[in-house]
Design a protein around this ligand. Structure first.
Ligand code: ADP
Length: 487
């Protein structure tokens, strides 16, 4: 495991900037921990010194080790003062070399202090282990590099053994202490290196996460750019398509006028001219829908809200298509629960919604079928329902038909034309009014589309003035919206 870890670290740190970044982080953590440890040791030693001077005072003169203990606390207190002052001055400079030197000095001093305390306090039970405890604490708390830990622990253990050899005459005791010290150093080195490896692994993981995040952000940015490109393309191509189409449409109208003026038998030409006209309308409708969907996506579709009698708008547009519907062998009935209902809406959009739903009803209802347009109040909403006795929609398709480009019958041989944009657009338009759309349908029996709009009005000064200047060209709108329906 260790060798594998070091290999991984080696590969990663072959990138110089990562090694530097890691080292800076490690030094920062170490110096921070050392600062806290120094404050703690200072307080602890002051308290210990006070205990020495008060509680142990009677023994100080008799037991040499206690006297030694007392002096060692005083030395350490002075050292900590000194260290903390240097720390205060130099941490502002933010030099990593100084910080590294500072924590290195503190570790060594504390460790050597424990070495001497252990040896000189041998006769006092408990003090012997200060070296052991200190080594283990340092190896756990500090992030020492393998070379740093090797220098720190090996040098201290050598000093420890030399001191023991000088002070102890009993070979058995000496040997047992040396064995203890070697075991401690071995474990300290192990813990220290494990700590170091974990820190490196954490660093690598963080770097990887960061790199993945950056890659994701870059991809996201690219996707956004592509999306914008796609939207722009759609907007552009739609406009490009509409311009020549308008020319065809105008030319066809001019042709009609000229043929009439020249007494040409128009009836013969009628069939072809109608074909041209209807297909021009189909393209206009498709392009209009594409443009609107693109605008909605780009949040640039404007709903011009003003207070209007929705009953009148729906009734007018329904009545204007009665003849057309009857020509198709269907009946169209309009009914309303309320005589008048003024709400904030965009009449142009309401007409489009109703015409779209009516166009579908005509398309998907067989000969002699019925279509009903109803208005009623439902709580705080006003509902516009378009119901037919047509082919109906299956349960699993009911959810999907409001998605773009979804058609129940997508086959080339299908009887009805369409692009699958209509209902998605109607849904967006209803939602832009703060409303919604739902469908009830029984396969083979018919469908009912219900657009529910909030029954609210807006203040006079908030009304969109443009909404009041709508030029209502019903014939044109109907021609366009019904262009998918063939004879
Ligand atoms: P299209 O241009 O194909 O009509 P729409 O989004 O308006 O696109 O409708 C999507 C699909 O929902 C239609 O292709 C049709 O399968 C189904 N649908 C819509 N209205 C009705 C209806 N009144 N009766 C039966 N099916 C309908």
């Amino acid at each position: 495991m260790f060798i594998g870890d070091f290999k991984q670290i080696g590969v990663y740190f072959s990138i110089k900037k990562y090694e530097e970044e890691f080292e800076q982080g490690r030094i920062c953590t170490n110096i921070c921990r050392c600062h806290k440890a120094a404050v703690l040791l200072l307080i602890m030693n002051i308290i210990l010194l006070l205990i020495d001077l008060t509680i142990y005072r009677p023994m100080i003169n008799t037991i040499k080790a206690y006297l030694y203990l007392c002096y060692s606390h005083i030395i350490l207190i002075f050292f900590m003062f000194f260290w903390l002052s240097i720390y205060k001055v130099y941490t502002n400079i933010n030099s990593y070399a100084i910080n590294e030197a500072l924590y290195y000095i503190l570790i060594n001093v504390v460790l050597y202090w424990c070495v001497f305390l252990s040896i000189n306090g041998l006769s006092i039970s408990g003090q012997v282990f200060s070296y052991i405890i200190c080594s283990l604490v340092i190896s756990t708390l500090m992030y020492l590099s393998p070379s740093e830990s090797l220098i720190v622990y090996l040098s201290s253990v050598i000093v420890f053994i030399i001191e023991l050899c000088i002070r102890l005459n009993d070979t058995k005791v000496l040997m047992s202490n040396i064995v203890n010290a070697v075991i401690v150093v071995f474990f300290s080195l192990l813990i220290s290196n494990m700590n170091y490896i974990n820190l490196v692994k954490d660093f690598i993981n963080k770097k990887n996460i960061l790199q993945n995040k950056m890659e994701l952000e870059a991809t996201n940015q690219k996707l956004k750019e592509y999306e914008k490109l796609r939207t722009d393309f759609f907007a552009n191509i739609s406009h490009e398509l509409r311009t020549p189409l308008n020319v065809i449409y105008s030319a066809e109208q001019m042709m009609g006028v000229v043929l009439k003026q020249n007494n040409v038998n128009i009836e013969k030409m009628d069939k072809y001219m109608n074909m041209m006209k209807q297909n021009s309308f189909r393209l206009v409708r498709l392009i209009n829908n594409l443009i609107d969907i693109t605008k909605i996506d780009a949040a640039s579709f404007n709903v011009l809200l003003a207070n209007y009698d929705i009953v009148k708008i729906v009734e007018d547009i329904t009545m204007s298509v009665v003849d057309y519907v009857e020509e198709k062998g269907l009946t169209l009935t309009f009914d309303t629960e309320v005589e008048e209902k003024v709400i904030a809406c965009d009449p142009d959009i309401i007409e489009r919604i109703v015409l779209n739903l009516l166009s579908n009803s005509i398309k998907f209802t067989e000969d002699k079928g019925n279509i009903f347009v109803n208005l009623y109040v439902e709580g705080d909403n006003i509902c516009v329902s378009v119901r037919d006795t047509g082919i109906g929609i299956s349960e699993q398709m009911k959810e999907l038909i409001f998605d773009r480009f979804v058609q129940v019958d997508k086959s080339i041989k299908r009887k009805r034309e369409g692009s699958g944009i209509g209902l998605a657009l109607v849904k967006s338009l209803a939602e832009m009014h703060g409303g919604s759309i739902r469908v009830n349908s029984d396969l083979g029996k018919g469908s009912e589309f219900i657009v529910s709009l909030p029954d609210i009005m807006i203040k006079e000064n908030e009304q969109d003035l443009n909404a009041c200047n709508i030029i209502n060209n019903h014939v044109e709108k109907i021609n366009i919206e019904f262009s998918d329906i063939y004879q």
